[in-house]
Design a protein around this ligand. Sequence first.
Ligand code: AP5
Ligand code: MG
Length: 213
Amino acid sequence: MFGPPGSGKGTYASRLSEELTIPHISTGELVREEIKNQTETGREIESYSKSGKLVPDEVIGKLLESRISQTDCARGFILDGFPRTVAQAEVLERISKPDVVVNLDVPDDVIIERLSTRQTCGTCGAIYNERFLKPKAAWICDRCCGQLRKRDDDQPSVINERLKIYGIQTRPLLDYYHKKGIVRNLVNKETSVPPEKIVKEILRILKAEQSIM
Ligand code: AP5
Ligand code: MG
């Protein structure tokens, strides 16, 4: 799942993971886990994540390799937020070549609106939105009854920095994958669309790829 911050990578990947019964791997979640557990890596990368900068390629590459080596990934997996640089894409080519890059094309004004109203579960990581995808009870996770909260990097100045970094360091990767012929665009210009509708569209894209399903 490829796309700018707030384009819905996590929202759709978590639902696709249930549909396809393969794991959803969000490198952002891996980073937040390390920070939450205050591991050595977590302490090293905390300032990058909080300021919206990319974590160094070597560190994120190690976190990803370690996650992919777990047995639940043997049948495949959905990557969300990796790769974000050409160097990371080259690491991925060596570990496991991606079949399809689903590019979520969402305009900046929609992103800013969605991120400033996002809520996430501190326990299971489920994603909500206080305007568009509300939990049943305010600030309580529907799935695990955990406490919902705002992400540290969802403040306006950090959102702007993340969008800037996406444009400079990550968007150019699309050319890399266009050359491989595996990019499938999904344009979504509206602020709110039922996620199920978009997930259906992604499944249609995947079904068209004989090699995958
Ligand atoms: P990460 O956690 O990946 O953040 P991100 O890329 O900025 O993306 P987000 O998680 O903010 O957005 P999303 O696309 O998942 O959207 P969501 O589904 O939540 O990374 C965080 C940090 O970790 C990075 O800044 C970096 O420091 C580090 N990092 C991670 N990977 C790295 C890497 N590879 N290299 C280096 N550093 C790395 O949706 C957003 C909101 O919109 C939600 O409120 C949701 O409910 C709502 N929404 C979604 N879809 C819809 C819809 N259809 N209609 C209405 N609302 C919707
Ligand atoms: Mg996410």
